[in-house]
Write a protein that binds this ligand. Structure first.
Ligand code: NAD
Ligand code: WQD
Length: 350
């Protein structure tokens, strides 16, 4: 259905690589709401076709979809030939930290070659505006601080996945510094959670989920018997780890604002790094309690050992996002829990 609140102003085409995935699909919806013409490039290796029909249900629009592997340079080039892109938002990548430790080459190959191919086409076709999915993972284990700014020290990545994001940022910065005509924003998301409030799109983890939110909702629905909390004796508010959980709709909105900001910049070469979080920390036990209160379901949990490599407490300083993009999170963690739960119940009946 068409949303009557959609702004009708005309904007150009935007290539959204990984646009059928979790954050990409929500961003496609936000782009349409803001008058853009997104083109999804995704080979569905970690996404389901039904997300594309979910986007159509929300927006009332059929979005051009190119089933392409971004590591295939020639196919990608044909897509750049077909559309006059004014910007690219690059999500397509593998994202499982644990898997990247077991299969580093798989991660370096997909995440780096995919990025190189996208950038090569941006330069060839003079597509200047580029938004990159970076991650709070680039900060590694922050030393003596819990809240990180974009100027916080980048520690050695604690996984090959994290390293692909650090290398990705460096490649983009080198390209901008070579005076190529490229304007880039690296969005460092903290923990994106929740789903579209309509429950037409949301996160569809393939296989057993590792992230806290899908673990909680799957436990609530009965797919998982018990949650293991990774450590209860940390130096935090209640002993469990603290994260900055940010609603995926807010994350989507940050991309639209980043693209808008880039379009307004008159210089030919720019690179920026921006944290995307709420600026507030939530512990694992707090997240479980929010879920129990909202869903009315009791969560069966046990206290386990700390997860190797886990950061104890981290959240974002979001001053720069507000200042530069006029972006701040509008949804609360409780909204995210509500929407994630509505989505989990919806996919159970699908
Ligand atoms: P996702 O797996 O849901 O989406 C990624 C999409 O890219 C999938 O649809 C997948 O099919 C596609 N894809 C992957 N490799 C591809 C290739 N070679 N060619 C074409 N399509 C390909 O993941 P997500 O959670 O939406 O994450 C999107 C981006 O954000 C990723 O770059 C991820 O590293 C980054 N990120 C995610 C989080 C998070 O917690 N979800 C946090 C920080 C950063
Ligand atoms: C959240 C908290 C766990 C599962 C990951 C990536 C990071 C970024 C965001 C992409 C932690 C605890 C979890 C469980 C638990 N992604 N937990 N039991 O680790 O903050 O970050 O996603 O860039 O790179 O590492 O997210 O959802 O896995 O964990 O106690 O079964 O929940 O210890 O404190 P994390 P998460």
């Amino acid at each position: 259905m068409n949303n009557p609140n959609f702004v009708s102003m005309k904007k150009g085409h935007v290539l959204v690589s990984g646009g059928a995935g979790y954050i990409g699909s929500h961003t496609v919806v936000s782009l349409i709401e803001n008058g853009y013409h997104p083109v999804i490039v995704d080979d569905l290796r970690n996404a389901h076709e039904k997300i594309l029909s979910g986007i159509k249900k929300i927006t009332g629009k059929e979005i051009p979809f190119e089933k392409i592997d971004v590591c295939d340079l020639n196919s990608l080039k044909k897509t750049f030939e077909r559309y006059p892109f004014e910007g690219v938002i690059h999500f397509a990548a593998y994202k499982a930290v644990g898997e990247s430790v077991e299969s580093p080459l798989k991660y370096y190959k997909n995440n780096i070659i995919g990025l190189l191919n996208i950038l090569e086409n941006c330069i060839s076709f003079n597509v200047q505006n580029f938004v990159f999915s970076s991650s709070c993972t680039v900060y590694g284990e922050p030393k003596d601080v819990k809240v990180v700014t974009e100027n916080s020290t980048i520690q050695k990545a604690n996984s090959p996945y994290g390293n692909t994001k650090q290398i990705g940022e460096e490649i983009i910065s080198d390209l901008v510094n070579s005076k190529k005509s490229l304007k880039a924003v690296n969005l460092r998301y903290f923990n994106p959670v929740g789903a579209h409030p309509s429950a037409n799109i949301g996160e569809l983890p393939i296989g057993k989920p590792a992230n806290l939110f899908p673990v909680i909702t799957q436990c609530g629905i009965g797919k998982i018997e018990k949650i293991t909390i990774f450590g209860g004796n940390h130096d935090t508010i209640d002993g469990t780890c603290v994260r900055d959980y940010v609603h995926v709709m807010d994350v989507a909105d940050a991309h639209v604002k980043a693209l808008n900001w880039l379009e307004k910049q008159e210089r030919d070469s720019i690179v920026e790094y921006i944290n995307i979080g709420t600026g507030k920390g939530t512990s694992v036990l707090e997240a479980i309690r929010f879920f129990e209160d909202i869903s009315g379901q009791k969560i069966n949990w046990e206290m386990g050992k700390p997860r190797p490599g886990d950061v104890v407490e981290i959240y974002a300083d979001v001053t720069k996002a507000k200042k530069l993009l006029n972006w701040e999170a509008k949804y609360t963690i409780k909204d995210a829990v509500k929407d994630a739960w509505r989505w989990e119940k919806k996919i159970k009946n699908d």
